[in-house]
Design a protein around this ligand. Structure first.
Ligand code: CTP
Ligand code: MG
Length: 233
């Protein structure tokens, strides 16, 4: 089995508003990006990583490697696009053909566990897809301009995370089709599902720790939980 990961790091981190792409921000001594790459490397599950970066961050990445060490698993760098979907597509394009499995992962999820990565790879091998998700703890209301329309049964809801892992040839095909037909989606599972049908979701133990650092408050909460300094006033 030859598994690669596409790590997307080419966003701008606007909601985090840290004055830099949030994945370069330090958490507990190293950047979010290094933390994420180390999690993939130490899992021992991957033959390579295709890292997707905005061209405007190439220099920042070089400085980061000089400071924190270059992750040897990063064997390809791809240029990010305007949307996450475009970034993933560019990342998939540089994954070598001998890779059977590709795990697509947000650099902004640095706390991914080995168990989560392993489950997603195994499910992708056995069923074609393995999409990390977590159950929903809040009560979710559907609303319109005039207020609450109804309360959705939360037992029927899942929050999708990454990794979202697939057989390489299939996810490449699905992304190609998405481009041809102009589909847009906020996650890879949606693109896969429109072409190949249902995806396999799984919830690994501790899935609630696999958070996506999105807002400034997420960084501040990490600071409180882990006791590291993020310099938020
Ligand atoms: N991402 C990317 N290319 C884009 C947009 C997002 O590679 N054009 C990546 C981000 O770097 C992040 C992941 O996709 O690792 C999830 O996206 P998100 O949390 O939305 O990050 P940002 O887009 O950077 O944040 P924001 O939407 O707040 O600007
Ligand atoms: Mg975004």
């Amino acid at each position: 089995m030859n598994a690669w990961a596409v790590v997307v790091a080419a966003g701008r981190g606007e909601r985090a508003d840290l004055g830099t792409n949030k994945v370069f921000y330090p958490i507990g001594g190293v950047s979010v990006l290094t933390c994420c790459l180390r999690a993939l490397e130490s899992s021992g599950l991957f033959a390579g990583v295709a890292l997707v970066l905005a061209p405007s961050d190439f220099e920042a990445y070089e400085r980061l490697c000089a400071r924190e060490g270059r992750c040897a698993l990063v064997k390809k760098i791809a240029q990010g696009g305007n949307t996450r979907q475009a970034s993933v597509e560019n990342g998939l394009a540089v994954v070598p053909e001998e890779a059977q499995i590709v795990a697509i992962h947000d650099a902004a999820r640095p706390f991914v566990s080995r168990e989560t990565l392993q489950m997603s790879i195994e499910l992708a091998q056995d069923t074609g897809s393995g999409v990390a998700c977590t159950s929903v703890v809040d009560t979710i209301k559907q609303v319109d301009e005039s207020g609450v329309v109804h309360t959705i049964d939360r037992a029927s809801l899942r929050a999708a995370q990454t990794p979202q892992t697939f057989q390489r040839a299939q996810i490449v095909q699905a992304y190609c089709r998405a481009r041809e037909l102009g589909w847009t989606a906020t996650d890879d599972a949606d693109i896969y599902q429109r072409y190949f049908g249902r995806v396999t979701l799984f919830t690994a133990p501790g899935s609630e720790r696999n958070i996506k650092l999105t807002t400034k408050e997420d960084f501040a909460r990490m600071q409180t939980l882990c006791g590291f300094k993020v310099g938020i006033g």
